[in-house]
Design a binder for this molecule. Structure first.
Ligand code: F6R
Length: 601
């Protein structure tokens, strides 16, 4: 959440435009407002802040306003403290205008820190927690501390996960501090330096990076005593830390919309390829991971949100395919399991971004007990990749729409493959998934999409949509509800078919839409009975199933994919969610109040 980009080169030019370009790549991290601070040739800071998405911002207008200096830093915001307004958009300045700060995450003890500053008559221009950083640095420097000392002093006092970057206009120095939220330094050509919340902020210019680890800070100098490389320090001790330059071998996938109106539909359609890409893994590595799963004393599959639903599906997949009991857990609740973790426990952490803070916290808990971490992630170089013992890439390519689609089916595919490998049937699992990938390719045709669009037309004015599933399709019913909520803003509720009569049935009335996710497995009969129960109370049944059934008022055919049914069953709902959003005048790529990378608790 929140994207940070910094660019600088001693004697260089065009910094504000380069920062703008980088921020546009990070828009998915937050898009309620944005801002850029730039150093002009006279060593003064100019700031531009705007409410709304940065996507539409014009480079010429930014250069006109901020000039074409050699150092700039910017931020795209997902509001935490303080409403969405120009004054709360970052960067923030101290009382004198010498220091500018951008920040990602939350300063949990900011009220206590702010009250000290207010008592000492600092003037605040925003309601953010971020602004206190600029004032504390100002205060430290007014007491004779260097920029570096003053920045470290306040960094040491912060609680909560965050990352911030401060710019000192006098020295032309920039300090990037990482305290649990991601921040990475890029080393460009001819003395160019970048800092960003993720590598996408500068990958167009360089793939050479220096990682800032937690509780470390990087000092970048662009003034008179400019150094070619940043210097790194430990925040607690101030001791110098040695770093290597690492070349990231990660090709940018096509990040445009490729002719589609939105990223969401583009990414849904990319599932024609991404299922096969996800299982394109080295067999020996898969077998090694399967061995660890088999021999672990306690396996937990953990993720948040949609990834968390894939984890619950994983629990069923391991049970059905490998007869292996694994526990699924919601990342934000994982701490409660700590008493069951040992050195022999294996945590499988599932995440698109590899940066979700609740999952990083869960990993910390597992690591503190000596448990081993295997991650399934989509972003190369992400924090999770670096803190895990082993990892698999999902190979889905950049996922830009906030609502996860192709990463979800990649997670499901990889979990299915691991379940088969754990059962000693890797080849069979591969065959099934490759076949499923082909079936999905056939399914995603214009006629199919049109049929779903017609359904969306019928449902567009509904207040509620219910989704039911059983077995491995029960978590998919919950996932379907997440997709519908976040894109169409229609209230959707997903639950296990068997739970209908324990409450939800009271909400069903004439015409209530209910999507039934049906698989051709042992749960089919009972699912059809559950659909009947809804229909008997006036419900309108949308069957997502390999075969039609008299209970369905509207049938969305899916291939009979056996154990891979969650993959094929969720796709029509993704398409439905997309068209509902478009018909209701909502931008499906950027749901209100949400952000792609959830780096606050
Ligand atoms: C919803 C969605 C979120 C994410 C969740 C975890 O469509 O995308 O619920 O699944 O925020 O994110 P990652 O997978 O990046 O850890």
């Amino acid at each position: 959440m929140c994207g940070i980009v910094v660019y600088g080169r001693r004697g260089g030019s065009g910094a504000p435009a380069l920062v703008l370009e980088g921020l546009k790549k990070l828009e998915y991290r937050g898009y309620d407002s944005w801002g850029i601070a730039a150093l002009d040739r006279k060593g003064r800071i100019s700031v531009m802040r705007r409410v709304g998405k940065i996507g539409g911002a014009n480079a010429a207008a930014v250069s006109r306003r901020l000039g074409s200096g050699s150092v700039a830093m910017g931020h795209t915001r997902w509001a935490t403290h303080g409403g969405i307004s120009e004054r709360n958009a970052h960067p923030h300045l101290d009382c004198t205008g010498r220091i500018a700060v951008v920040h990602n995450g939350i300063i949990e003890n900011y009220q206590e820190l702010k009250s000290g500053l207010l008592a000492r008559k600092h003037r605040f221009s925003s309601e953010t927690d971020t602004e206190i950083l600029a004032h504390y640095i100002e205060e430290g420097m007014s007491r004779g501390q260097s920029f570096q000392q003053a920045t470290r002093s306040i960094a040491k006092r912060l609680s909560g996960r965050s990352a911030f970057v401060a710019l000192d206009s006098k020295s032309g120095q920039v300090i990037a501090v990482r305290l649990g939220a991601p921040l990475i330094v890029g080393i460009g050509k001819g003395g160019e330096l970048f800092v960003s919340s993720d590598i996408n902020g500068f990958l167009e210019h360089t793939n050479k990076v220096m990682y800032i680890d937690d509780n470390q800070m990087a000092l970048l100098s662009f003034g008179k005593r400019a150094a070619r490389l940043p210097a790194f320090f430990n925040v607690s001790t101030g001791a110098r830390v040695r770093k290597r330059i690492v070349a990231i071998d990660w090709k940018r996938s096509d990040e445009g919309k490729s002719g589609y109106d939105h990223f969401l539909i583009k990414e849904i359609m990319e599932q024609k390829h991404t299922i096969a890409q996800a299982i394109n893994q080295d067999d020996a590595t898969v077998r090694r991971a399967a061995n660890r799963i088999r021999n672990a004393f306690g396996v937990f599959i953990v993720g948040a949100g949609t990834a968390g639903r894939a984890c619950v599906a994983g629990e069923y997949l391991f049970s059905n395919i490998a007869k292996k009991h694994v526990n699924s857990a919601v990342a934000s609740e994982f701490g409660h399991y700590k008493h069951y973790l040992t050195k022999r426990t294996l945590m499988i952490a599932v995440s698109q971004s590899g940066e979700t803070v609740d999952l990083l916290d869960a990993i910390d808990v597992a690591k503190s007990k000596g448990s081993r971490i295997l991650s399934l992630i989509n972003v190369f170089g992400s924090t999770m990749m670096r803190v895990s013992d082993d990892f698999f890439m999902l190979n889905a390519g950049a996922e830009k729409a906030v609502a996860s689609t192709k990463a979800t089916t990649a997670q499901l595919s990889l979990l299915t493959l691991l379940a088969y490998a754990t059962a000693g049937r890797l080849k069979e699992g591969k065959r099934l998934l490759l076949n499923t990938a082909e079936q999905v390719n056939d399914m995603l045709n214009p006629r199919y999409e049109e049929r779903i669009r017609r359904l969306a037309k019928r449902l567009r004015s509904q207040r509620d949509i219910f989704v039911i599933g059983r077995g491995v399709n029960y978590p998919m019913a919950e996932e379907a509800a997440i997709k519908l909520q976040e894109t169409s803003y229609i209230h959707a509720h997903g639950f296990a078919g068997g739970e209908l009569k324990h409450g939800p049935l009271a909400l069903i009335g004439k015409g209530s839409p209910c999507i039934a996710l049906v698989a051709n497995d042992g749960s089919k009969r009972e699912m059809i009975s559950n659909a009947m129960e809804v229909k008997a109370r006036g419900g309108y049944i949308i069957g997502v199933a390999p075969e039609n059934n008299e209970v369905f008022d509207y049938w969305l055919r899916v291939p009979d994919a056996g154990e891979a049914s969650p993959i094929v069953n969720i796709i029509p709902v993704q398409i439905l969610a997309y068209h509902l959003a478009v018909m209701r005048g909502i931008n499906p790529d950027y749901p209100r109040n949400l952000a792609k990378s959830v780096t606050v608790k």
